[in-house]
Structure formats: C-alpha cells, structure tokens
Design a protein around this ligand. Structure first.
Ligand SMILES: [Zn+2]
Length: 468
C-alpha cells in the first residue's frame, strides 16, 4: 500500500464515511494566505519543484538547517536543483514532522507520484515533476481549477497598488481572488525612518495628506474603501500581544507628530499609538461588516546573525510567552463597549493559550453565528495534533459547529492539499467521538456539521462573492 492512500489519517469507520461522503467533495475557500497576486494575474508556470518548494517556505528552510545543510542551499545562491537535492536529503529526517506528510501529499495530489522522496529517488522525481510542470494543469490557474478553489484571499500592504487584483478580476477565472488589508507598519513610530517612508507611500496610494494624524487615519480609511470596492472583506494583523493602553487624542497626536519629525517613539508610546490605530481600524471594520484577523503571539527574528544577513521571515521565529488574556480582553472590550467590535478571527501561536483564546471568544459573541472565531491551528501549531488541540478546546468551551475551518497561510501554490489534510484530521477526530458513542450515530446531523466546517461556514461568515 502507498503511504498516501485513500484512508490516510482516517483511523475509524465513521471517519472514513464522514471524509469520503461529506468532506472530500466540498470546494475550497482559502481565506488567508500569502500567495503573490502577480503570479495569479500572470498565470505563472513554474519551471521546477526547486522554485515551487524552496523559494519562500521557511518551514522547509528551518528543517534543512536542523538537518545541518549549509545556508547556500537553503536561502543562498545555489541553483534550484541543488536546493531541491538538499531538500530531498532532508526529507527522510522529517519523519514524524508534518513536512513529511505535506511533501508526500503534494507529490501525490499534484503529480500522481507515490514514491517516497529521498536522496536516491530525487533525480527521478525531479525529472518527472519538471516534465509535468510544463503542462497547463500545473499552471497557477490549472491548480486553482483542479482543487476547486472558489475564493482565496491574499495578504496586502495598503500602500501597495491593487493593480494585480484588478487584473485578476478582469481575467474572469472561476476562483475569486481578494486582497486582505494588512497595515503592519501603521504603528511603527518607534522606527521613524521606516514609518515616514510608509506614511508617505500611504499618502500617494490614498491620494491624501498624511502630514497629520487625522489625515493619516483618513488615508487608511480611503484604502479600506479601495479594498472594499474590489470585494475584500477581511483585514489581518499580527503582534506579540494585543495593544491595550489607549492614549488620549492629544497624546496620540503628539506621538504621531514626533515620529513625523523623525524622532523615535519609546516602546510605551509605540504600543499606545498601535492601540489608537487599531481601535480606529476596528470600528471601521465593524461598520463595513469586515472580519478582523489577529495573529497573536510569535517571538520573531530571534537569530540576529541571520536577520542581519538574510532578513525577516526566514525561519527564525518561535513561540512567544507573553500573558495574552488581559490585553486581549481589554482590546476587544474597548470596541464592544461602543458596540463596534467587528467579526474577529483570533489565531493563537502558543498552544498553552488555547483555552484562553477558546474561552475569550465566548465573552463577545452575538448577532452573527460564530462572530468571534478561534482560528485553526497556526504556524507552530499547524500540524495534526495542533489542529486537534485547537478543535478540542473550541468544542469543549464553544461551538465547533460554527467554526470556519481551514486556511493554508501559505506562500506556495502547492499547499492546497493542506485542506485535505485538515479535513482528514477533522473527520478522524469527530469519527472517533462517533465511534465512542460521544456523538449520535446520525450521519445527516454530523455530516452536515463536517460539510459546514469544510466550506459553508466560511462562505456565509465572510460574505465574499463566490461563484456557486
Ligand atoms: Zn499569514
């Protein structure tokens, strides 16, 4: 039997029935990822697996470093083939890590290859995948069609042009592609050079004046409108922990003016300014019925040597250990007090905080089914057990039935099989509860919940325009 077979990860009878009869056929709505819009607009055809797998995947880079590979074949100037060969040497050492599952799922689902990847099979797999990648089925549009991706949401800085998104919309492909508003640098007042460059770019993008705080906030609002006009209904933010120290308007103005004059805000001022901007944005999202995503908890750029030579987001981030409950509650409550808390999806990086997040969302529910969401297992928790722990925490303290399910958060067009991975995991977990008598033996009831978690919940919650 091949490693990736029909019943992969499905270890009980109800799981197999739930997966094949209810989950497998649902379309995909990948509401958070980092796919480059330019590659969708241009229908990129990749030359080889080296490009596809290793251009931007810091999960793989991390594993290769742990396996002793040199930086040259990880993020350096080595050829795509040499990088692929280094990855092939690493794969057998990723046994028990989700990378081993993902790698073989991707080989199977995209290329029909069931051979296990290692140093000996690398050449043959390289040849076969390179030949197949030249076919239209493996172009970006071919992949989106094969996986029945009805919509996907990229991650976009509001100072960047939305031209590529306009170009994609004009293509008329079935997959709807929407930008997500991610204004990370809007509170970088502790780095005035960066902040001023960003604020100037924002002024140009919004055709506004960001010389004052009110002009700056108006420019952000203008960009939210621009994103909205293209069908976007989501924002995304990431921080170690929520901003919860809200300044007066006078103080916010003073911090802004100081940074605009090129003087760095202190750490405390920066967090206060972040609180001011996020509060403003949160209210705006509520008025527009957007969903606000918050990715909370990682401790980034821990390796100074690699940060200085290669940069950020290269696989030197780990789980942070900050207290999350109090700042998160204070931030959400600030918006809730004025009844301007938007739909919110909270992604947790530290598994120790799963029950904090799962119970926190329960404090602010109402109006929309699952208005506050505890997002699927994220980053260091994006593996089978991490997904199970997230779903168990949610099931035990909230409504799993209202969960909007999986997203890839990926930079690679080969990652859509991760929806299958999630669905198998979901069905295996729920099937185990059915087999153990914890859930009724009612496939209409349970199967309907499975289907909704796979697709329909996200479809209804996000209110994106999607072709049926
Ligand atoms: Zn992301």
């Amino acid at each position: 039997m091949t490693f990736i077979h029909d019943e992969f990860l499905l270890n009980n009878e109800p799981a197999r029935r739930l997966y094949h009869e209810y989950a497998a056929g649902e379309p995909i709505l990948d509401y958070h990822n980092h796919l480059p819009p330019v590659e969708i607009a241009g229908n990129r055809q990749f030359a080889n697996l080296g490009e596809m797998w290793l251009e931007g995947d810091h999960y793989k880079w991390r594993a290769m470093r742990a396996n002793g590979e040199q930086e040259e074949v990880i993020t350096g100037n080595a050829s795509a083939k040499d990088k692929f060969l280094a990855w092939a040497r690493t794969v057998p050492h990723t046994l028990c890590n989700p990378l081993y599952h993902w790698t073989h799922l991707e080989l199977s689902r995209h290329f029909g290859i069931d051979t296990l990847l290692n140093e000996e099979t690398a050449e043959e797999i390289w040849e076969e995948t390179t030949a197949k990648l030249a076919q239209p089925e493996l172009s970006v549009h071919g992949i989106l069609k094969q996986f029945d991706v009805r919509a996907l949401c990229t991650t976009d800085d509001p100072t960047e042009s939305l031209d590529q998104h306009e170009a994609i919309a004009a293509l008329g492909i079935r997959t709807k592609v929407y930008p997500t508003f991610r204004p990370d640098k809007a509170w970088s007042v502790d780095e005035p050079k960066l902040f001023n460059m960003w604020a100037d770019k924002l002024a140009a993008a919004a055709d506004g004046d960001t010389g004052t705080l009110s002009g700056f906030l108006a420019a952000l609002e203008k960009r939210v409108d621009d994103f909205h006009a293209l069908g976007s209904r989501l924002s995304d933010h990431s921080f170690p922990y929520c901003f919860d120290n809200f300044p007066s308007a006078t103080e916010a103005n003073r911090i802004f003016d100081k940074a605009r004059l090129g003087r760095a805000a202190t750490g405390e001022e920066q967090r206060k300014f972040g609180a001011h901007v996020m509060e403003h944005l949160g209210r705006l999202y509520a008025q527009k019925d957007w969903a606000m995503q918050m990715h909370i908890g990682p401790q980034r750029n821990n390796n100074t040597r690699l940060f200085q030579t290669i940069g950020p987001d290269i696989g030197c981030d780990s789980i942070g250990a900050w207290p999350q409950a109090a700042p998160l509650a204070k931030f959400l409550d600030r918006l809730e007090q004025d009844d301007l808390l938007p739909k919110t999806i909270l992604y947790n990086n530290n598994l120790n905080d799963n029950f904090v997040f799962a119970t926190m969302i329960g404090n602010f529910q109402g109006g929309t089914p699952g208005k506050l969401q505890f997002g699927s297992g994220w980053w260091h928790a994006d593996q089978q057990e991490g997904m199970e722990w997230q779903m168990k925490a949610l099931a035990n303290t909230g409504l799993l039935s209202r969960f909007i399910g999986m997203l890839t958060d990926s930079r690679s067009f080969l990652s859509f099989p991760r929806h299958e991975y999630f669905r198998r995991t979901l069905c295996n977990l729920i099937g185990e509860w059915m087999a153990g008598g914890k859930l009724p033996d009612d496939y209409d009831l349970i199967g309907d919940m499975v289907k909704r978690i796979c697709y329909q919940n996200a479809r209804e919650y996000l209110k994106l325009v999607v072709e049926e």
